[in-house]
Design a protein around this ligand. Sequence first.
Ligand SMILES: [Mg+2]
Length: 265
Amino acid sequence: MKTQKIAALLRLNAIEMSHNAKAAHLASSLSCIDILTVLYEKILKINPKRPNEQHRDRFILSKGHAATSLYAILAYRGFFKKNYLKTYGKKGSLLEEHPTPKLNGVEAATGSLGHGLSVGCGIALSAKISSKKFKTVVLMGDGECNEGAVWEAALFASSKKLNNLYAIVDFNNWQGIGRTKDILQLHPFKKKWESFGWKVIEINGHDHKKIEKVFKNKKTNKPILIIAKTIKGRGVSFMEDDNNWHYRVPSKSDLIKAKRELGIK
Ligand SMILES: [Mg+2]
């Protein structure tokens, strides 16, 4: 199946989970689903049957509030049964509103923002020390880059020349309560990361070919930062770039409309 079609299915999964559990953060998931689809379909060397295999690539969803995007792709790849998505947000389910490593395929507990990059640095450094070839990929939000710990990890990664570490920023220009630039200005974002010793690449975070290509880039001795320009709520016209959907829960009729727009019968 083409990755665009898979991404549409995953978007529907996320919308259904949010609707069923009456849970927030739907737009944050829709923002990064194209990135996760390409990572899990084209980039990450992983085996759902052996989730703890020591040479696997590692992915950390540092913006843990977008957990439904991760659950949808993990189910699609067979880390657990698709039916299990129906338990999202329910008592006793491992599909909690923020990811837990008790679930196969989840590398770290995230959701308290700003910590994923530090975890990724530790894993990437351990790979270097033990001469393992796997890569580590961390996905953060733009609003998440307000956190001081992100910049401490940025210093650490370049200091240790962690060229096996990729950080992606899902740059949708929003955070929970407003425009990222109004809450804390990140500009000039690219220059900041470059000055911290990272190789920086900017892409359209919904262009599957561009996302794939970025990981096939030439060799560098620096950690790699990918600024993925995205639209929050991407894929559903009445959710796109409307920050109300950070917290709003889709109704039954919203679900039907979204399904029609996504072209899923
Ligand atoms: Mg954001």
